[in-house]
Every structure is written in structure tokens, then in C-alpha cells.
Write a protein that binds this ligand. Structure first.
Ligand SMILES: Cc1cc2nc3c(=O)[nH]c(=O)nc-3n(C[C@H](O)[C@H](O)[C@H](O)COP(=O)(O)OP(=O)(O)OC[C@H]3O[C@@H](n4cnc5c(N)ncnc54)[C@H](O)[C@@H]3O)c2cc1C
Length: 392
């Protein structure tokens, strides 16, 4: 393999990495993925808004359409949604592979599996600096027992929530990380059109629990929290009055874990290194959905890289990527971080009151007409300011 052949090396073969590669035109790109198969292991509930699906290029792998949600607090429940399809449930393994196949149709993109990338440390300098002689980061790639050192014009860290690439370049600093645990279960008799969302701090403190139908008979049930997620999930499945009844005959057929980053970094670009997707914190803090923001940002990243390389622009030009994706999503993420803090500091009594408030004030139709899974700040602020009298 001629590693010096590549203008851009992307670390991570998830959706963000592959969509970035797909959108880099006329320059040689290598995507490296540490696992032996794109799309595994699963770390996702696979629920994507219809807008998100469009942004991802309508990949293969959809297993169910979703029209709304039942939202439960300890003692109340509301049903939002109607006949309109608002989201789709995906088999991520199929989806991720399909996106990778699409990227590979771009003739300048190669994919290397079982290849782990790591920023080269400059031993002669301070440990936090990793520049080579051109002030560029270099990459050490371990593939099948062979080690290669690469100095491409650009490195993209699309390496997910933990982003060791971002951390070793000191871009990704301390941020809140939630741990997710999820079971796919068969033999569940469920209305396939609606997801079930439980906000109940007897079972989960810092996030929510979901039951997502994957079509007839099959669901994903999972939660994220700051600690002990698997035991909390088992407790929920066995003891929650509604869930334990719904899942009484359910048999687990897939277990998955994953991490969710909350919040972004000061910059997602440093010299010739760019971060995209979860590594850059492109995630909705309220729902944990990252696929829509990641896909849209990956396109921006690919376009900026193409311009930079084609027009031989100064390296500072790459910072436009940071500006542009934050123009799209910073406001939503900032709102989500604040809203989450308020929501998860509430006790179950207050959460019951919120659902009761929505019912009493006839807000369900308003939510159905105006709600947007990807940009919840607009409707939430409208409800909060008109009914309670302040804005977040
Ligand atoms: C429990 C859970 C449920 C979720 N549910 C949803 C949902 O329903 N809807 C939604 O939109 N989002 C959801 N998300 C978030 C979603 O999964 C992520 O936002 C999305 O996968 C991010 O894509 P990505 O390409 O940035 O990262 P990833 O999909 O994590 O891909 C990163 C890739 O990089 C590879 N990699 C990492 N380090 C290296 C390295 N050093 N060298 C080589 N390869 C490397 C990894 O193997 C991986 O394949 C969920 C997350 C969790 C944890």
C-alpha cells in the first residue's frame, strides 16, 4: 500500500467519516476503520428523523416507519404524533455499509479495514505537541501487524465519541459522556408506529429510556445514563410496570453498548486536523441523535477540504468548516445543554406536572403541527415563553 499517495486520511469508517470521504472531490482519500467490518459493533438505537434520512442520502437498512411517541413520566403519559411519518428506524449495520459503498463509488476513495490510526507524537517536543516539520499532524497506522507513518495534507478524526485523535491533539477536552446500554428483543407485541419514551428518575437519572419498535415483534430497548447503565436497563425491563408487561415474553437477541458525548469543543479544526461527527460533538443533547447533525457537518467538511486542496488555500481556510457547522447547529446544541440540565434536575413529581400541563393546555396538537425532532428549541421555547413567561 502506498500510504504517501493520499491527500486526506479519515480515521473512522462510520457515517461521518464515509460521508466526508464521499464529498471530497478530485483528491485521493483513504478511510481507515479499526474494525473488520463497517457498521459493527452496533452503538445506536437507529431512530432517524425523515430529514436526517434525506441528509444521509436515504441509505438502505430502514426497518420501520415511526409516526410519533408515547412519553411517560412516573404517573402520566402523553401521545404525540398522528398519521404523518416523522422518523425511520434503521439497522445501522446495513445503513453504515451502504454509506461506505456509496463513498467507494467516488473513485478517489479507498477504505482500509482493521487499520487503527493514531496521531504521531513528536518525542522531541512537549508531549502535548504533535506537529511534524510543516506544523502538520502526522498519523501512525497499524494495519494487520504492519505499521505505517503517514503525512497527508489533511487528517480527519471521524473516530466517534471517545475521539483519541481529538484528545491527542488537545482539541477534545473534558466533556460530559453518557454510557448507553441497549437490548434488541424479539417476541414483543407492540404498536409498530410509535416509540415509547420514559423520563423517570427511579430508573434513569441523567437521560431517558426508549422502546423503539423495529417492525412486527421486535424492539430496541435501551437507556443512557452517567453510570451503571446495563443494570439500570435490566431493572427497568424487569420492574417498570408498563415495560415489564410489554416485554414479558421478550427474548434478547442483541446487546450493545455505546457512549454519547454532550457538547462540542472550542474548535473542531487545528492546523491540518479536522474533527467530524461524534468526535466534534455534533449531537443533539436532548435526544442523543447524532446522525443528522453528523451527516450535514460531514458534507460541509468534505466541501471545505475540496476547496482547500483544489485552490491551494492557506491552512487557516479549514477553520471555515468549524464556523459553518456551528452556524447550523450551535444554537440548538447550546439550547439542548441548558434544557437537559433543567429537565434532569427535576423530580418525578415535577415531570408529572409538565405532562399534565401539556394535557391541560391542549398542547398536543400544537406539538404535532410545529414539532421538529432536529430543532426542538423553536417549539420548546415557544411553549415555555408563551405559557410560563421566560426563554431558554
Ligand atoms: C446508545 C446509543 C443510541 C443512539 N441512538 C441514536 C439514534 O437513535 N439516532 C441517532 O441519530 N443517533 C443515535 N446515537 C448517536 C449515533 O450513534 C452517533 O451520533 C453516530 O454513530 C456518530 O457517527 P460517527 O461516524 O461520528 O461515529 P461512529 O458511528 O461512532 O463511527 C466512528 C468509527 O470510527 C472507528 N474508530 C474509532 N477510533 C478509531 C481509530 N483510532 N482508528 C480507526 N478507526 C477508529 C470506530 O470503529 C467507528 O467505526 C446513539 C448513540 C448511542 C450511544
Amino acid at each position: 500500500m502506498d500510504i504517501d499517495n493520499y491527500d486526506v486520511i479519515i480515521v473512522g469508517g462510520g457515517p461521518a467519516g464515509c460521508i466526508t470521504g464521499e464529498n471530497i472531490k478530485n483528491h485521493k482519500v483513504l478511510i481507515i476503520e479499526e474494525h473488520q467490518c463497517i457498521g459493527t459493533p452496533l452503538q445506536c438505537a437507529g431512530l432517524i428523523s425523515t430529514n436526517g434520512v434525506k441528509e444521509l442520502g436515504a441509505p438502505r437498512g430502514c426497518v420501520n416507519d415511526i409516526k410519533g411517541a408515547y412519553i411517560y413520566s412516573q404517573n402520566k403519559v402523553i401521545k404525540v404524533g398522528n398519521n404523518k411519518i416523522r422518523a425511520k428506524v434503521y439497522e445501522r449495520k446495513v445503513m453504515d455499509k451502504d454509506i461506505a459503498i456509496r463513498a467507494s463509488k467516488n473513485k478517489n476513495v479507498d477504505i482500509l479495514l482493521k487499520a487503527h490510526g493514531q496521531i504521531i507524537e513528536d518525542k522531541n517536543k512537549n508531549k502535548s505537541r504533535f506537529f511534524n516539520k510543516n506544523n502538520n499532524y502526522g498519523l501512525s497506522i497499524n494495519h494487520d501487524g504492519n505499521k505505517y507513518n503517514a503525512f497527508p495534507k489533511i487528517i480527519v478524526g471521524a473516530d466517534g465519541a471517545k475521539s483519541f485523535i481529538g484528545k491527542s491533539a488537545n482539541i477534545v477536552k473534558k466533556r460530559e459522556i453518557l454510557a448507553g446500554a441497549q437490548l434488541e428483543m424479539a417476541n414483543v407485541d407492540i404498536d409498530t408506529d410509535f416509540v415509547h419514551v420514559f423520563i423517570d428518575n427511579r430508573y434513569c437519572k441523567d437521560f431517558f429510556i426508549w422502546i423503539i419498535p423495529m417492525g412486527k415483534d421486535r424492539v430496541r430497548v435501551g437507556l443512557c445514563d452517567s453510570s451503571n447503565s446495563y443494570n439500570k436497563l435490566l431493572n427497568f425491563i424487569n420492574n417498570h410496570p408498563i415495560a415489564s408487561n410489554l416485554l414479558k415474553n421478550a427474548v434478547p437477541i442483541e446487546f450493545s453498548v455505546g457512549t454519547l458525548p454532550i457538547g462540542y469543543n472550542k474548535s473542531s479544526v487545528k492546523n491540518n486536523l479536522m474533527l467530524v461527527g461524534d468526535s466534534a460533538g455534533q449531537i443533539k443533547p436532548i435526544s442523543g441523535g447524532g446522525l443528522y447533525y453528523g451527516a450535514k457537518s460531514a458534507k460541509i467538511c468534505g466541501e471545505i477540504i475540496t476547496n482547500y486542496l483544489s485552490e491551494e488555500l492557506p491552512v487557516n481556510y479549514l477553520k471555515n468548516y468549524d464556523k459553518q457547522w456551528k452556524q447550523q447547529f450551535k444554537r440548538e446544541i447550546d439550547f439542548g445543554i441548558k434544557f437537559r440540565k433543567i429537565l434532569y434536575n427535576m423530580n418525578n413529581n415535577s415531570l408529572d406536572k409538565i405532562l399534565e400541563f401539556i394535557i391541560q393546555n391542549d398542547l398536543i396538537n400544537f406539538i404535532n403541527d410545529n414539532g421538529d425532532m432536529d430543532r426542538p428549541s423553536t417549539i420548546l421555547n415557544e411553549i415555555i415563553s408563551s405559557k410560563i413567561g421566560f426563554k431558554i
